[in-house]
Write a protein that binds this ligand. Structure first.
Ligand code: PLP
Ligand code: COI
Length: 367
């Protein structure tokens, strides 16, 4: 049987954009992009059909896609996605951060959702082509990046419940500034009564369904004036898992760090992994251990816990200042960004933007 490694590299056709956004309009759009509202001119598209495999790889204009009302994704949510960013280095060239890890996680998600895998090299080439086509959309704002959203969905016209026989893979780009609108020095999080993922479920996969499940508690968090929602484990509703779109780290007064372990119910974040590596290189102890909400509250009150931060591609490293739930609220440290949070963030951002030596070969230059 042919394996993914034997598959021929895909050849991408390029279709010229008949009417890209005029330069002055583009400049206005990227002047203050926020997160996820502005999109670029192009997209990459690849189709998969049973018996044919991946084909029709194209870089072309970003445009609406027509879906049959019976398209399977609309009924059973067989969909996965990734999130990574293109950065501009000091010398003006574009770069990606650990895109091979996104390609690997994409395939892990594909396996969990019974979808076809895409060769890592094809995933990265699709991302590279999209970024290079739209590098003029890079926002020249502090902390700006081109957020890259590769995704795949089932597109067979069939209502039976089984894996589809047709899929579409797309890459779109969105110029991005800060994820959090509030601009506050630290975010406030709401402890959800709902759970996001149970053992044996899809929590470790980056599938749209996980995010759909997070929307009611997210709405509740926003209505109560918080920025993000925190999920506890499904079995005991006691152990801290992650936020709606970010992993969490806890910093203690002895300088050690703790982050919840990858037990299958949380997303294995690439930022999480990178920060663990950077912290350990600095000689810090990082424990991947269960941590309960009650212990967190107690440690914050006693001063044993000094900092908490959220991390992810979109959020980078964001301090958590306040935690609220039905049992009341508590403050972390001074309620603002802590020292270790700030220094780890700076180190990560400096590596991503080519300002600091990249001893792990994490940065992939595109031009
Ligand atoms: N957890 C969830 C639920 C996420 O959506 C994300 C963002 O992708 C993360 C964690 C962080 O992952 P990464 O650092 O790979 O972006
Ligand atoms: C990311 O950080 O890339 C995410 O996917 C988080 C959120 C925007 C869904």
């Amino acid at each position: 049987m042919a394996t993914l490694a034997d598959a021929q590299a895909l050849e991408f056709a390029t279709m010229a954009h008949p009417s890209p956004v005029p330069a002055d309009e583009r400049e206005a759009l990227i002047a203050s992009p926020g997160f996820g509202t502005v999109f670029t001119d192009h997209m990459v598209s690849i189709d998969w059909d049973e018996g044919i495999g991946w084909h029709n790889a194209t870089l072309g204009p970003r445009e609406p896609i027509a879906l049959d009302p019976a398209s399977s994704v609309l009924h059973y949510a067989q969909e996965i996605f990734e999130g990574l960013k293109a950065y501009r280095l000091d010398d003006g060239s574009m770069a990606l951060f650990r895109p091979d890890e996104n390609a690997k996680r994409f395939n892990a998600s594909a396996r969990r959702l019974a979808m076809p895998e895409l060769r890592e090299a094809d995933f990265i080439e699709a991302v590279r082509l999209a970024v290079m086509a739209d590098k003029d959309w890079f926002p020249k704002v502090e902390g700006g990046s081109l957020y890259i959203r590769p995704f795949m969905f089932a597109n067979e016209h069939f209502l039976g419940v089984r894996p589809a026989k047709k899929y579409k893979f797309l890459v779109i780009l969105s110029p991005a500034g800060n994820y959090f609108k509030s601009g506050a020095p630290a975010v406030s999080i709401w402890v959800s009564d709902y759970t996001r993922a149970a053992p044996g479920g899809t929590g470790a996969a980056k599938c749209g369904g996980n995010y759909a499940a997070s929307l009611v508690p997210t709405k509740e968090a926003f209505e109560r004036g918080h920025d993000q929602v925190l999920f506890l484990d499904a079995a005991e509703h006691k152990w801290i898992e992650e936020l709606g779109g970010m992993n969490l780290f806890f910093v203690f007064d002895d300088g050690t760090l703790l982050t919840p372990p990858l037990t299958g119910t949380i997303l294995p974040g690439i930022t999480r992994d990178s920060l663990m590596t950077l912290a350990r290189e600095e000689g810090l102890t990082v424990r991947e251990e269960k941590y309960s909400l009650d212990q967190w509250r107690e440690d914050a009150a006693s001063g044993k816990l000094v900092e908490t931060f959220a991390c992810g591609t979109a959020a980078v490293v964001t301090p958590v200042g306040k935690v609220a739930g039905h049992d009341g609220e508590f403050t972390i440290g001074s309620g603002g960004p802590g020292q270790l949070t700030t220094s780890l963030k700076q180190k990560l951002v400096d590596i991503q933007r080519g300002k600091m030596a990249d001893s792990h070969d994490w940065v992939v230059r595109l031009d």
